[in-house]
Design a protein around this ligand. Structure first.
Ligand code: GAR
Length: 203
């Protein structure tokens, strides 16, 4: 199994979905460490409960020196033997140094159908734009924010009367299906290219 590091900043529900998926014998990854920039991230406790190694690499002591923070992060990643990074609600912009160091080995999940709605507040913006389909994307991380090659997407309808919270919950459910499916496909090229129904397309 490929050792995978999960990077989180908060709740950690996508990390939880990946941790669960990794329990299956035929899943090609194992979680070698869960790292958070936020010492209060609830997802850290989930990881600890699962018996996983956790580490806080707080960005605050580094002030404006993003690269120094990332060097500390990178030291933890290599020390834990990570071969793949899955950003799972990691809410920090990354410098070109980290993205190039991990080029092709860092994935991210984003709560929109990229290239629509990169950045924050995706559900509010989808509602404002009046789109009828919304969803989530897993992509390879490159230098540009939310810009790398798309590996998989899951779509959900926008329903009449939707609030941002209702839409976020509908998308999140799909995030939890999509991320493990994409990681499996990414690491294990024998996985089927399309899984779990017509709304979830991987590969
Ligand atoms: C998820 O919806 C994820 O797609 C999003 O943050 C949430 C984290 O939830 N990520 C981004 O917006 C990245 N720019 P989680 O901590 O429960 O997985």
């Amino acid at each position: 199994k490929t050792p995978v590091a999960l990077l989180i900043s908060g709740r950690g529900s996508n990390a939880t979905a990946l941790i669960e998926a990794c329990k299956a014998e035929n899943f090609p990854a194992r979680v070698c460490i869960v790292i958070s920039n936020n010492p209060e991230a609830p997802g850290l406790e989930v990881a600890r409960q699962a018996g996983l190694r956790t580490q806080v690499v707080d960005h605050r002591p580094f002030g404006k020196n993003r690269e120094a923070h990332e060097q500390a992060l990178h030291a933890c990643l290599t020390e834990a033997g990570a071969e793949l990074i899955c950003l799972a609600g990691y809410m920090r912009l990354l410098t070109p140094w980290l993205t190039s160091t991990w080029a092709g080995r860092m994935l991210n999940i984003h709560p929109s159908l990229l290239p629509s709605f990169p950045g924050l507040h995706t559900h509010e913006r989808a509602l404002e734009a009046g789109v009828r389909l919304h969803g989530c994307t897993v992509h390879i991380v490159t230098e540009g924010m939310d810009e790398g090659p798309v590996l998989g997407q899951a779509a959900v309808p926008v329903l009449p009367g939707d609030t941002a919270d209702a839409l976020a919950a509908r998308v999140l459910k799909q995030e939890h299906r999509l991320y493990p499916a994409v990681v499996k496909h990414f690491l294990d090229k024998t996985a089927p290219a399309c899984q779990g129904g017509e709304a979830l397309l991987v590969g």
